[in-house]
Design a protein around this ligand. Structure first.
Ligand SMILES: *Cc1c(COP(=O)(O)O)cnc(C)c1O
Length: 250
């Protein structure tokens, strides 16, 4: 099946209220353009440099018809224009960042994304807030919760999530939009259901607790290629799908 067919099939399985984030990491620009032609507008990347060079390349493509000089992928030029970062790149493509983010890479990511789904430490949160204050921007974030049984996966533990959001007011340049989580890598549906059930419970708890007066706090980003149908049962509002759209990553 083609990328376009995959997108149409997956979209037909999602309720209208659920957003599909097409995870394009490791895949070339042509694949993104094919998805774009099929109507896909929300893409997700997990590595700062890769996101940055794709944004750069798309901007160049966009400018081919214009008066702007092009030729080499002008990273310098892109940096100069960080002030106009809010303008959409390649028409109306929207990017989410979903990978581990270090503070020294923020400038490659924050100007270009509409949301960072993978905020996994207080230090990162403070860095994003600081960047936002100096750039005059508010960044939409999801807190990544550690829900799987794997020790390697990033994320806040349940108690830490309550603690951080208990002092959400501290972060004036961050907008807390919800939670993100990855289930255990397991063929056992019961394990996956357990993980999604846990994050759903935390989400509900926050929505009726410390975040109850915060209308922005409504996103639950759970579900990948292998488990998005289960995630829908647990109230996913965003699913992040790579392999089922673009094929295997190498
Ligand atoms: C790579 C990735 C995905 C997509 O995984 P697939 O199994 O290819 O759909 C989703 N979420 C995160 C955080 C990822 O890093």
């Amino acid at each position: 099946m083609s990328i376009a067919e995959n997108i149409l099939r997956i979209k037909s399985e999602l309720p209208a209220s659920v957003r599909l984030a097409a995870v394009s990491k490791f895949h070339p620009l042509e694949n993104i353009l094919e998805a774009y032609s099929a109507g896909q507008r929300l893409f997700a990347e997990s590595r700062p440099q890769e996101l940055y060079s794709k944004v750069c390349a798309l901007r160049e493509l966009q400018e081919v018809d214009g008066a702007v000089e092009h030729g080499e992928c002008a990273l310098r030029e892109l940096q100069i224009r960080e002030s106009e970062v809010a303008s959409p790149v390649y028409g109306d493509i929207e990017w989410h960042f979903i990978g581990h983010l270090q503070r020294n890479k923020l400038k490659f990511v924050l100007p270009y994304v509409s949301m960072v789904e993978s905020v996994d430490s207080l230090r990162l949160l403070e860095g994003i807030d600081e960047w936002g204050r100096s750039a005059g921007r508010v960044t939409n974030v999801l807190l990544e919760c550690h829900i799987s049984n794997e020790t390697s996966k990033q994320g806040f533990l349940e108690d830490e999530v309550y603690e951080v959001l208990g002092s959400a007011g501290r972060f004036g340049s961050v907008r807390f939009c919800g939670l993100m989580g990855m289930a255990s890598f397991s063929d056992d549906e019961a394990v996956v259901r357990g993980d999604f059930g846990r994050i759903r419970r935390i989400f509900d708890c926050l929505r009726s607790g410390v975040m109850r007066s915060c209308d922005d706090f409504r996103e639950l980003s759970i579900g990948m290629s292998g488990d998005y149908k289960i995630a829908l049962e647990f109230g996913a509002t965003i699913v992040r799908i790579g392999t089922d759209i673009f094929g295997e990553r190498f």
